[in-house]
Design a protein around this ligand. Structure first.
Ligand code: ATP
Length: 315
């Protein structure tokens, strides 16, 4: 089984309780672990895969809380770093219609230092680049670029999820798009939401989005469409793969569960790049990954809702 390195942020989300969208009026917040790459690492490990998290938290209680959660979910945290800076925190309020209010205090996540000794472990393994904060600058962005170069030169399978957060890029979306381009170009597998596919391709029509994104370079594209399932696109074919019917209560982390489950299955292949040649194999894997995404929406919170193999097989 291949190892899957997940690089990026692990942070505290303070979620406002029952206050509608206006964060200024919120009085009660619930502490949750957040960070897409960390969620993906947990999704993989919970399904029995080998995931290693590379990211930085503070040497404070919140940093310990976060790393404990990853460890409890069987993620290898031996490459995680601690910094004297405070663990990154976000305060989020979500109204019933999904509208969000958001403030973000960036701390330790941006202090990730590049470690040149890791690159040998990338050899023939898999690396997932999916940080919402990596392209915002700091040491993390520099480390990200170097790990990306290492993944390319070590024959690693490269997975990319842009995790675009509109709140972080207001008025600077074009900079985000530009920074994503090398990853879109070289990724063997990319996962986009519809909004991300449209933003990165500059097109609105799904067929045109995929055509542009393939032309940039990414080999296999998955566009997750919530309850509608997933559009799977390769240079030769396109398939919309339905999800399973569920009663969603919280969609946080569905996309991370989806890509984590897909990567966990690919990691079981002798050569992950086999998926580039075998569309039927890929379709079967996306069906299962859709299930993982759907199941995650049936409970509150991202990490606690990620399914294990037993739950996946039972549905
Ligand atoms: P995230 O909030 O993690 O960024 P996302 O927008 O990337 O999520 P979604 O499209 O919400 O990802 O969900 C990922 C996958 O989970 C979908 O492709 C689908 O298969 C499944 N899924 C999500 N929502 C539902 C739902 N309401 N019913 C059934 N399946 C769902």
């Amino acid at each position: 089984m291949k190892k899957i390195f997940c690089i990026g942020e692990l942070l505290i989300d303070f979620i406002a309780e029952n206050q509608g969208k206006d964060l200024a009026k919120a009085e009660v917040f619930t502490k949750k672990a957040g960070g897409a790459p960390a969620n993906v690492a947990c999704a993989i490990a919970k399904l029995g895969g080998l995931s290693k998290f590379i990211g930085c938290v503070g040497r404070d209680q919140f940093g310990s809380f976060l790393l404990d959660i990853l460890e409890d979910n069987h993620v290898d945290i031996s490459l995680a770093q601690r910094s004297k800076y405070f663990t990154t925190i976000a305060f989020v309020s979500i109204a019933e219609d999904g509208e969000r209010d958001f403030v973000f205090s960036r701390g330790a996540d941006k202090k990730l230092k590049y470690d040149s000794t890791i690159k040998k472990s990338f050899q023939d393994n898999m690396v997932h680049f999916g940080a919402a904060t990596a392209l915002l600058g700091g040491d993390l962005e520099a480390a990200y670029g170097r790990y990306f170069f290492d993944a390319l030169t070590q024959n690693a399978f490269i997975s990319f999820d842009p995790n675009f957060r509109g709140d972080l890029w207001k008025g600077e979306e074009h900079i985000f798009v530009k920074k994503c381009m090398p990853y879109v170009q070289k990724a063997h597998l990319s996962k986009f939401s519809l909004e991300e596919a449209q933003l990165l391709s500059g097109k609105t029509d799904l067929e045109e989005c995929c055509a542009v994104l393939h032309e940039i370079g990414t080999k296999v594209i998955t566009i997750t469409l919530g309850g509608e399932g997933t559009l799977l696109s390769t240079e030769n074919s396109k398939h919309t793969i339905p999800s399973i019917p569920v009663n969603p209560v919280d969609t946080t982390g569905a996309g991370d569960a989806f890509i984590g489950c897909l990567l966990q299955q690919i990691a079981g292949l002798h050569d992950p790049k086999e998926i580039l040649e075998d569309i039927d194999l890929l379709i079967g894997m996306v069906k299962i990954a859709n299930k993982a995404g759907a199941l995650t929406t049936t409970n509150f919170g991202a990490i606690p809702s990620l399914p294990d193999q037993e739950q996946l097989q039972a549905n």
